[in-house]
Design a binder for this molecule. Structure first.
Ligand code: SAM
Ligand code: DTB
Ligand code: SF4
Length: 330
C-alpha cells in the first residue's frame, strides 16, 4: 500500500476535529508502522517542539482499599494486591513534591484510590495539597475518582491545573474490565472537570485482552470530546500479581507505538504521555514512542504502587537522545 503522505487531510490526522469514525481511526492504526509513524511525526512537528518532553511525577496520597473492581488495578479491595494505607499528610506530600521539582519534574500528580470524592476532611486535605503544590511552582494534577460539579469547582479554586480520569478502554470492552461503574459515569466526571475550567487528562490502557477495534474506539471517544483532553496518557498494563489480569501476555511494543502515533494524529495539540509499563520497554522502544508523538513521561522511581524506571535511567535516556525536559511554565 502506498497512500500519499498527506497528514493535513481530515481523515489522515493533523486536523483538529471531533467527528472521528471508528473506521477512520482503524485505517490509520492499520497502516504500515513506518508510514503511521511518519504521519504522526509530521503532525507532532507542526504542533510541538521537536525535542521537548514533559516530566511528571506521581504520588499515591491514599493507597489501596478501593471499592471499585477495575480488573487491572492492584488498589481494588476486590483483589487486595496491595495493602490499604492511611492517607498521607500535607507535609509528606509537599516534601515529595519539592523533591520531584528538584529532580526536574514540572507537573506533580496525586492519586487516591477512591471510587468518588466525598466532601469532608479527606477532600479538604487534598485541596490543601493542591494549594501547596501550586505554591512550589509546579503544575498540579489529581486523580480521585468521580467528581461532582461542586467538587470540581472547589479544586479549581484551590488552583488545580489538571484532573486525570481515564476512559481506560472502549465502551464495548468496558464491562469486561469494570462492573462497579459505567463508561457514562466517566464521561460525566470529565464534563464536570471541563466545565469547572480544569484541564482534562484522560487516556487508557492497552494489554487487557482488548482488540484493535477497542483501542481505536477508545481513542475515538477521547478525540470526539470537544475540546480534546489536554493530556492523554497511554498506559501498557502493569500485570500485578493478585489482580485478575496478572497472567495476560505482555503487549507487543509496536502496538504501543501505534497507539501513541494514533493519539498524536487524532489529537494533534494534546500532550501524549507514555505512561505505565515503561519498565518492560527497551530504551529503543521508548525512544520510538517519543519519536512517534509522545511528549511526556512519568518520572520518578514509582508510579502509584508499582515501579517506574529509575530517574538516572530516564535522565540518561533523555540526554542520549538530545531531548530536553520541558521548562517550568511559571
Ligand atoms: N481511582 C481513581 C480512578 O480510577 O480514576 C484514580 C486512581 S487510578 C489508579 C488511575 C489510573 O491508573 C486508572 O484509570 C488506570 O488507567 C491506571 N492504572 C491502574 N492500574 C494500572 C495498571 N496495573 N496498569 C496500567 N495502568 C493502571
Ligand atoms: C495514568 O494514566 N497512569 C498513572 C496515572 N494516570 C495516575 C497511573 C498508573 C498506575 C500503574 C499501576 C500502579 O502503579 O499502581
Ligand atoms: Fe479504584 Fe481507581 Fe484502582 Fe479502579 S483504578 S480500583 S477506581 S483506584
Amino acid at each position: 500500500m502506498n497512500a500519499p503522505l498527506n497528514p493535513g487531510s481530515p481523515a489522515e490526522g493533523g486536523v483538529i476535529r471531533h467527528d472521528w469514525t471508528l473506521e477512520e481511526a482503524r485505517a490509520l492504526y492499520d497502516l504500515p508502522l513506518f508510514e503511521l509513524v511518519d504521519r504522526a511525526r509530521a503532525v507532532h512537528l507542526r504542533y510541538h517542539p521537536r525535542d521537548e518532553v514533559q516530566l511528571c511525577t506521581l504520588l499515591s496520597v491514599k493507597t489501596g482499599g478501593c471499592p471499585e473492581d477495575c480488573a487491572y488495578c492492584p488498589q481494588s479491595s476486590h483483589h487486595q494486591a496491595v495493602p490499604g494505607e492511611k492517607m498521607l499528610n500535607v507535609d509528606e506530600v509537599l516534601e515529595a513534591a519539592g523533591r520531584a521539582k528538584d529532580a526536574g519534574a514540572t507537573r506533580f500528580c496525586m492519586g487516591a484510590a477512591w471510587r468518588q470524592v466525598k466532601d469532608g476532611p479527606a477532600f479538604d486535605r487534598v485541596l490543601e495539597m493542591v494549594r501547596g503544590v501550586k505554591g512550589l511552582g509546579l503544575e498540579a494534577c489529581v486523580t480521585l475518582g468521580m467528581l461532582t460539579e461542586e467538587q470540581a469547582r472547589r479544586l479549581k479554586e484551590a488552583g488545580l491545573d489538571a484532573y486525570n480520569h481515564n476512559l481506560d478502554t472502549s465502551p464495548d470492552f468496558y464491562r469486561s474490565i469494570i462492573r462497579t461503574r459505567e463508561f457514562e459515569d466517566r464521561l460525566r466526571t470529565l464534563k464536570n472537570v471541563r466545565e469547572a475550567g480544569i484541564t482534562v487528562c484522560s487516556g487508557g490502557i492497552i494489554g487487557m485482552g482488548e482488540g484493535p477495534n477497542d483501542r481505536c474506539a477508545m481513542l475515538r471517544e477521547l478525540a470526539n470530546l470537544d475540546p480534546h483532553p489536554e493530556s492523554v496518557p497511554v498506559n501498557a498494563l502493569v500485570r500485578v500479581p493478585g489482580t485478575p489480569l496478572e497472567s495476560l501476555p505482555p503487549i507487543d511494543p509496536t502496538d504501543l507505538v501505534r497507539m501513541v502515533a494514533l493519539a498524536r494524529l487524532m489529537m494533534p495539540r494534546s500532550k501524549v504521555r507514555l505512561s505505565a509499563g515503561r519498565t518492560e520497554l527497551t530504551r529503543e522502544a521508548q525512544l520510538f514512542c517519543l519519536y512517534a508523538g509522545a511528549n511526556s513521561i512519568f518520572y520518578g522511581d514509582r508510579l502509584l504502587t508499582t515501579p517506574n524506571p529509575d530517574v538516572t535511567d530516564d535522565t540518561s535516556l533523555i540526554e542520549a537522545a538530545g531531548l530536553r525536559p520541558q521548562a517550568p511554565v511559571a
